[in-house]
Design a protein around this ligand. Structure first.
Ligand code: ZN
Length: 432
């Protein structure tokens, strides 16, 4: 963790104040060239009594896309039930610093999605200098509904029951494939993944938990940036708004606050949080608490829902402050990590985590210089390799996948039989 370099600018809060003012003073003054009224989400219209529906989302995105020069909405895929997977880009012009929000990969965890939708709207209509300056130097990419079929059915998985957040290595789902293509093509510096969790009172019940990539293949400086994002920005911003925070997966003693056991949050490479690190972005998982713990929230579901969304919004303030203040350090870390793979050296980890040292059997100490795939093998995985951005040389009817490339550690994770989730067993080339 590094010390904070300055105060947290309240970018979203400022933007929201601007939007609220616009909403409050619409028709009475009705000038000839009226500022378009910012659209509201279904969640906002009902004061949190229900979540924003898919038709409401589509209408809001179309309105924002049309009304704001700084926003563009594009289609990045289609689900099995024929719903669009969409990417919203917000920014004044192309910029180096790119932040990617992935909202509600789990369809029954809706608060992140509603926080993302109102954030898109707020940033699209904001007129204050601070937000404009932020958007002139940062490109914000948002996948507002990462699992539309799961959201429609209120299920964790997609319509096939597949947990999308365990598919970021295999890429068997349309949803994970769409996200992989965005990460390959836009090379985000940070990837922020919004979820919700069920509490175990006293031991595991903070308003928000977050977690960085624990996978040991994450570049050290990128790992440090992700921890800084959590500890120096996201948590303080949430705390400032009155929300409690902690580390995802770690139960703590109710009296001392000391960690007592870990129930989730390992280094498994097929989770987006970890694949973010492997692909050289400062990843952060954020989880708001579903359960109402106060009597007032127990009696009033809308109040409970509003706390879930507001806590997510407060944490997003911290993310934007981080992107604003640490752009230089972050870009230096992600650029260096992307170049490092071309030096082709050092071990690759197929197990372990930053808080769980790898066993000797979980370390490929002296990796081969590449993996050969025969024609049938290559045919079976070539689309997935391409979606991962893995560089391949054609080799007769098959292919050769060199280790010397940007996402170097990804190569054995996809092709080495020692990696738990490898796609196919390539033949290691040790004749370097
Ligand atoms: Zn989740």
């Amino acid at each position: 963790m590094r010390p904070r370099t300055g105060r947290i600018p309240r970018i979203r809060t400022l933007a929201l104040a601007c939007v609220t003012a616009a909403l409050a003073a619409p028709l009475l003054s009705a000038p000839a060239q009226a500022t378009p009224t910012p659209p509201r989400t279904g969640f906002e219209k009902t004061d949190g009594a229900r979540w924003t529906s898919q038709p409401e989302e589509q209408k809001l995105l179309a309105t924002v896309d049309k009304a704001s020069d700084r926003v563009s909405v594009s289609r990045i895929g289609t689900t099995k039930q024929n719903r669009p997977l969409q990417l919203v880009r917000i920014g004044e012009r192309p910029s180096k610093n790119t932040v990617l929000l992935i909202c509600s990969q789990h369809g029954d965890e809706p608060s992140g999605r509603d926080a993302c939708l109102s954030t898109i709207r707020d940033l699209a209509y904001a007129k204050d200098k601070q937000t404009q300056r932020f958007l002139s130097r940062t490109t914000l990419l948002v996948v507002p509904t990462a699992n539309p079929d799961g959201r429609a059915a209120d299920t964790r998985g997609n319509s096939d029951g597949v947990d999308i957040n365990r598919d970021h290595i295999s890429l068997q789902t349309a949803e994970a494939r769409a996200m992989a293509a965005v990460i390959r093509d836009r090379q985000p510096d940070s990837i922020y993944d919004l979820h919700e969790y069920g509490a175990t009172p006293k031991y595991y019940d903070k308003d928000l938990f977050d977690l960085w990539p624990r996978n040991l293949n994450t570049d050290e400086a990128v790992h440090e940036e992700a921890q800084t994002l959590s500890e120096a920005y996201v948590r303080p911003a949430a705390n400032k708004s009155g929300y409690t925070t902690g580390t995802y997966g770690i139960w703590t003693d109710p009296v001392t606050g000391e960690p007592i056991k870990q129930t989730a949050g390992d280094g498994q490479e097929r989770i987006l949080r970890n694949v973010s690190g492997i692909k050289h972005a400062a990843g952060l998982l954020i989880e708001s608490r579903v359960d109402p713990l106060t009597e007032a929230e127990q009696k009033d579901e809308a109040l409970n829902n509003r706390r879930r969304v507001k806590s997510q919004l407060s944490a997003l303030d911290g993310l934007f402050a981080y992107a604003n203040e640490r752009r230089g350090q972050l870009e230096a870390a992600t650029s260096a990590a992307r170049a490092e793979g071309f030096r082709d050296r050092g071990p690759v980890y197929v197990g372990g985590a930053d808080n769980d040292p790898a066993e000797p059997s979980e370390v490929i100490q002296d990796p081969p210089c590449g993996y050969r795939l025969d024609a049938a093998q290559y045919d079976g995985v070539k689309d997935e390799l391409a979606l991962h951005g893995v560089k391949v040389r054609r080799d007769g009817a098959g292919a050769y996948v060199p280790m010397r490339q940007s996402a170097r550690a990804l190569v054995p994770l996809l092709l080495d039989e020692r990696a738990t989730y490898h796609l196919v067993t390539g033949s290691p080339d040790t004749d370097c």
